[in-house]
Design a protein around this ligand. Structure first.
Ligand code: SAH
Length: 419
């Protein structure tokens, strides 16, 4: 431990780290006391030599140090076991009963560079920093001990790995996917895991969903909406629902189970819609559901454009908007805001007075204040008055650490829409 190289921070640069932010950029570093290999462990001190912690170093990354611990620790199996067990305990406390959830959410669980998702008996991991990637074997051992999973997959096929000088890879780190059992006796139409397509069953709030573990969005499913599915469904009883950007039917199925009269779900991806339809059938909820392949912007426009003197009759009691992030970076914020305004303006026109719009924004460049602001502008233009029914955040398996603004991304609201 004494042999660790030390990264000394410039004056004024230590507070953020002391406050709990684990990223140290090149510009914050005064000097290194001795050369260190990329991916290796360093200790971090302020310019007065006070210890701030230890972290992984990578000269190739913009984030040159990722703090792992606030004191001097060995980064070994016991370290990962401690952190991962603490993460599991948090889920058991705040998301009790869940069988599929995010086990480790990187910075939110004080493990910058590591994501672990649990899909019933299969774990999927992503390592997005060089230091973390080098400890994949230890992490795999620890996960096997804690969960005895059927398989551990690596979904390191994200392009952001190049920022750390890492290749895109995907594969099985432990176990096999072939011979799984469905999560419940009898299971769904196919049951268990289909080895050819690597599609598995997961249970979310007692509904069954297919996930494609090797090709899905993120690591396969939007686990961060798990609690919001339930909360939005509370608004759906007896409602005619429009689910925009429905993906594989997360909100639609929950709304159907909660007693929605009808659900019309839109997504531009035919593949996602095919899965959504299958999910609805597997849960015996397809009765009132219709799924349509469409660009939501075009669809909303077509359904809110009227001829001269024609009055638009709003048809929906609940409109759900859960688009992908419209921003990649700061410079795309204005365009994103126009997009948010457009879909809200049109959603408000389609909601009957007294109905509800439940809406989400997963861009961390657009905070809750900005998001609500643009929604209000849209309401103004649509001549509607809003009353806020709910505010949403990511499910507790995606913990938010306020000292790390980047851990804050998903926010949402439900508004009652008055004429
Ligand atoms: N609500 C979903 C997640 C939505 S993810 C859930 O909880 O599971 C965003 C979805 O929007 C993706 O399925 C993507 O195919 C779709 N999408 C992106 N842009 C679109 C557009 N312009 N029109 C329709 N669908 C779009």
């Amino acid at each position: 431990m004494d042999k660790l190289s030390t990264v000394i921070l410039k004056p004024g640069e230590a507070d953020r780290v002391a406050g709990g932010h684990p990223w140290i950029y090149q510009g914050s570093i005064l000097r290194l006391t001795q050369p260190v290999e990329d991916g290796g462990l360093v200790q971090i001190k302020d310019h007065r030599q006070r210890l701030l912690g230890v972290g992984f170093y990578n000269s190739k990354s913009k984030i040159q140090v990722r703090v792992l611990a606030r004191d001097r620790v060995e980064v070994d199996d016991a370290f990962f076991a401690g952190r991962i067990q603490a993460a599991v305990a948090w889920r058991q406390k705040y998301l009790p009963g869940a069988t599929s959830f995010r086990v480790v959410n990187a910075e939110g669980d004080f493990l910058s560079g590591l994501i672990v998702d649990k899909y019933e008996e299969v774990l999927v991991i992503q390592t997005s920093s060089l230091g973390m990637d080098r400890h994949k074997a230890a992490i795999t051992r620890v996960l096997e001990n804690i969960f005895q999973p059927r398989a551990i997959l690596e979904r390191n096929d994200m392009s952001s790995r190049s920022f750390e000088g890492l290749p895109e890879v995907q594969g099985i780190l432990a176990g096999s996917l072939g011979e799984g059992q469905p999560p419940v006796a009898g299971g769904g139409p196919e049951g268990g895991t289909d080895a050819a397509s690597r599609r598995s069953w997961i249970r979310i709030n007692d509904l069954e969903f297919f996930v494609n573990l090797t090709a899905g969005h993120k690591t396969g499913f939007y686990l961060d909406q798990q609690v919001n599915y339930r909360r939005v469904a509370e608004l759906a009883k007896g409602a005619r629902v429009l689910d925009c950007f429905c993906f594989q039917g997360g909100f639609s199925l929950h709304a159907a189970r909660a007693g929605a009269v009808s659900i019309h779900a839109l997504d531009q991806s035919q593949e996602a819609l095919d899965t959504a339809r299958q999910n609805a059938e597997a849960n015996h909820l397809s009765g009132g559901c219709t799924f349509e392949a469409a660009n939501v912007f075009d669809w909303l426009k077509a359904h809110t454009t009227t001829r001269p003197n024609e009055k638009l009759i709003p048809k929906f009691d609940l409109v759900i908007l859960d688009p992908p992030s419209f921003t990649r970076n700061r410079s795309s914020i204005p365009e994103a805001m126009r997009g948010y305004k457009e879909i809200h303006l049109r959603a408000f026109k389609l909601v009957r007075p007294g109905g509800t719009v439940a809406t989400f924004c997963c861009s961390h460049h657009v905070d809750a204040g900005m998001f609500q602001e643009v929604i209000l502008e849209a309401a103004f233009d649509a001549r509607r008055v809003l009353r806020r029914v709910a505010a949403y955040q990511p499910s507790p398996d995606h913990p938010v650490v306020p000292a790390i603004p980047e851990s804050e991304y998903l926010k949402g609201f439900a508004f009652e829409v008055l004429a």
